[in-house]
Design a protein around this ligand. Structure first.
Ligand code: ASP
Length: 685
């Protein structure tokens, strides 16, 4: 406890706020109910003046009809809004006087009785109003809040972010954060009760070690001595596996100093878990499926589906049957994902697929990217009416805007009526690519075969691009195109749902469907990229230098063991990602628990000179009988956002940073004075 010694001068004392009105704010009746509770039993309250109700909340809206009759709206902690009125007949002017003083967003305690409303609306709360006998203003809001009221009615996000607390008072955010809290409880329940996990906190003051992203350094007052905030508790959780805990989890705060333009936050939360004595990755996947499916079952309006062997979506029914031997979600190999969907996190609700044009063309522009492929969006546009003058369909801007592509973008055409009629001659689209020297045609192209393959018709969109044989490029240009097309046309080209009667349903609301899949067989290492997306349309790699695709602690597939010595880039890792509706919600792996093998990876493959200094602690812990182990981390913020139906993780974080990494509520980060900097041996330049 802090004991500050304050010498009170008279001058200070004279600034003390007025006693009675200030203390009155601390002295008020407890709430008897929420609005919902009264609404649910309204018959027993109506017209019973002695059934006193005290509500706590904020003034949601305020109106005054005539001097003698006022009414307003109170919003309680559940976001329910109720009308309250002055008691006209009572002759007591004090309530009316207080009502005049009310402003929007004041916090209040209102005591009164329920009365049937004359005009009854649809909602339960609309059946009654509160006749106020006493209103106590517990704290007045300032003018800003009332001005903000107008904005609030448009959309809570329009409230300036420095007033995050006012945003959070709105029903959307109240629901988002309450759902988040419920989800955290469910995670704990499933992991602890169903699977015997132990929740253990690991330090936030960690050590600087390369794990992939840039880290936040924390200077200390000792000279040349820094902590780093953890990018994840990866190393501590592995050390815990060497500490006799066989099942660990934590709602872990993680910190990464990364580009924030995408929907990322410098600090975020993972459901982090690790299990020891694990001989198959499926054991971890099954636990994770149980967590995720329970979260969806108890909190989401969307149903969970997997892709069956026929390529259709099928609802997952046997929730809770954890002893079920097989996994619930389909496994998709990394290379298959890139070939079919051009990305390692495909949205499987969509049926959009690619057609290889390799029998007809070879890419010319860059020999390392020889594969030519196309993506046809059938009937993207309604057919042009007969006799219409309109010549061309307009390709949605998002599909061709360079800003939406990391590097090069595909060549995209809308198939108009004229081109459709020319269907006997497919030249019209690939001619441009030949002229621009992007591709060359193989000898004796069979035009009718090409036409048959693509079957282009008026109203279609065709996108053509190139890729490498084994793409490290992820997403490929067509993969990105596919994502953009799904966003632009959310209800088109949906993968059929196979219902109980084995009928196929294709007309459904994609928001009501969550499709999960595991992506496996990632390359364990990538060649180091030597180009930046700003200076080159094609990525360049140094094929003699390797980096871990995920982190250096991932085990290889047993059958690839020998390749570690001869061809590391051909080695696949025992890594698995969980992808839901095109969002990577988590990833994990079986780990290397053999200290000699871990050292080999650091030294010989990744060539980390000072690995002893950076990772010696981990290797030491592995070498003291650490059992085989595997684990995974789920992005908790991302899961919450999906469940509340939001596209941004900011919506489910109470105080998120903005895109420049600033928290505008407290105005952080800030500069610190010279003296403090000296204490930390930090010099300003
Ligand atoms: N630590 C990893 C991450 O943060 C997850 C894991 O491998 O368990 O992505």
């Amino acid at each position: 406890m802090l004991h500050a010694v304050v010498k009170c001068s008279k001058r200070l004392y004279s600034r003390l706020p007025e006693k009675t009105s200030t203390l009155a704010k601390f002295n008020f009746p407890s709430a008897t109910n929420t609005i919902e509770e009264v609404s649910n039993k309204i018959d027993s309250y109506l017209n019973n003046r002695s059934a006193k109700i005290t509500l706590h909340g904020h003034i949601h809206r305020k109106s005054r009809l005539r001097a003698a009759l006022s009414f307003g709206f109170i919003r309680d902690k559940q976001g329910d809004v109720l009308q309250f009125v002055s008691d006209v007949g009572s002759g007591d002017q004090s309530v009316l006087e207080t009502m005049k003083k009310l402003s929007v967003e004041d916090s209040v305690a209102i005591t009164g009785h329920a009365k049937r409303k004359e005009t009854v609306g649809k909602e339960k709360e609309d059946a009654w109003e509160l006749v106020a006998e006493e209103i106590q203003i517990l704290n007045a809001s300032n003018l800003d809040a009332s001005r903000l009221e107008k904005l609030k009615q448009a959309s809570p996000e329009d409230i300036p972010p420095q007033f995050r607390y006012l945003q959070l008072r709105t029903p959307f955010y109240q629901n988002a954060l309450r759902t988040r809290s419920k989800l955290a409880q469910l995670v704990r329940k499933v992991l602890v009760e169903n699977h015997d996990f132990v929740e253990i906190e690991t330090p936030l003051l960690f050590k600087s070690t390369p794990e992939g992203a840039r880290e936040f350094l924390v200077p200390t007052r000792a000279f040349d001595s820094f902590y780093a905030l953890p990018q994840s508790p990866q190393q501590y959780k592995q050390i815990l596996m060497s500490s006799g805990f066989t099942r660990y989890f934590q709602m872990a705060k993680c910190f990464r100093d990364e580009d924030l333009r995408a929907d990322r936050q410098p600090e975020f939360t993972q459901i982090d878990l690790e299990m020891s004595f694990i001989n198959s990755a499926d054991q971890v996947m099954k636990v994770v499926e149980d967590v995720v499916l329970n979260l969806w079952k108890h909190t989401s309006k969307s149903g969970t589906y997997h892709v069956n062997s026929k390529g259709n979506l099928q609802p997952i029914h046997n929730l809770g049957e954890n002893n079920n031997d097989s996994l619930q979600f389909q496994k998709l190999r990394y290379e298959e994902a890139l070939q079919k969907y051009g990305i390692d996190k495909p949205d499987l609700r969509s049926n959009i697929s690619f057609t290889s044009l390799s029998d007809f063309f070879v890419a010319k522009e860059n020999p390392s990217f020889p594969v030519v492929e196309a993506c046809v969006l059938k009937n993207a546009f309604e057919p042009e009416p007969e006799g219409s003058k309109k010549k061309k369909y307009k390709i949605p801007k998002s599909l061709i805007d360079p800003i939406n592509y990391n590097r090069r973008r595909p060549y995209v055409w809308a198939v108009g009526k004229e081109q459709g009629e020319k269907n006997g001659n497919s030249n019209w689209w690939y001619q441009t690519l030949l002229e621009k020297n992007i591709i060359t045609a193989k000898e004796n192209i069979n035009e009718s075969e090409l036409n048959q393959l693509l079957n282009l018709e008026p109203g279609d969109i065709i996108a053509v691009s190139t890729r490498a044989e084994l793409p490290y490029e992820n997403p490929t240009p067509l993969g990105k195109f596919r994502q953009l097309a799904i966003k632009e046309f959310p209800r088109k080209w949906l993968r059929p749902i196979e219902n109980h009667e084995q009928q196929l349903v294709t007309d459904y609301d994609p928001e009501s469907v969550t499709v999960g899949s595991w992506v496996v067989d990632f390359p364990l290492f990538n060649p180091v990229e030597t180009s930046s997306h700003l200076d080159s349309p094609y990525p360049n790699y140094d094929f003699d230098k390797f980096e871990s695709t995920h982190h250096p602690f991932t085990m290889c597939r047993s059958k690839d063991y020998d390749l570690l010595e001869t061809d590391p880039l051909a080695v696949k890792g025992e890594h698995y990602d969980l992808v839901m509706n095109g969002v990577e919600v988590g990833g994990g792996s079986r780990r290397i628990h053999d200290p000699a093998l871990q050292k080999f990876v650091f030294e010989e493959i990744l060539r980390i000179q000072n690995h002893q200094q950076l990772f010696g602690h981990l290797v030491k812990a592995l070498s003291m009988g650490c059992p085989p182990h595997a684990g995974l981390a789920l992005g908790f913020d991302r899961l919450c956002a999906m469940i509340v139906g939001s596209s941004s993780i900011r919506d489910v974080i109470a105080f998120p940073k903005n895109q420049s990494g600033k928290d505008l509520v407290v105005d952080s980060p800030t500069s610190v004075d010279e003296q403090t900097l000296n204490d930390y041996h930090v010099t300003k330049f």
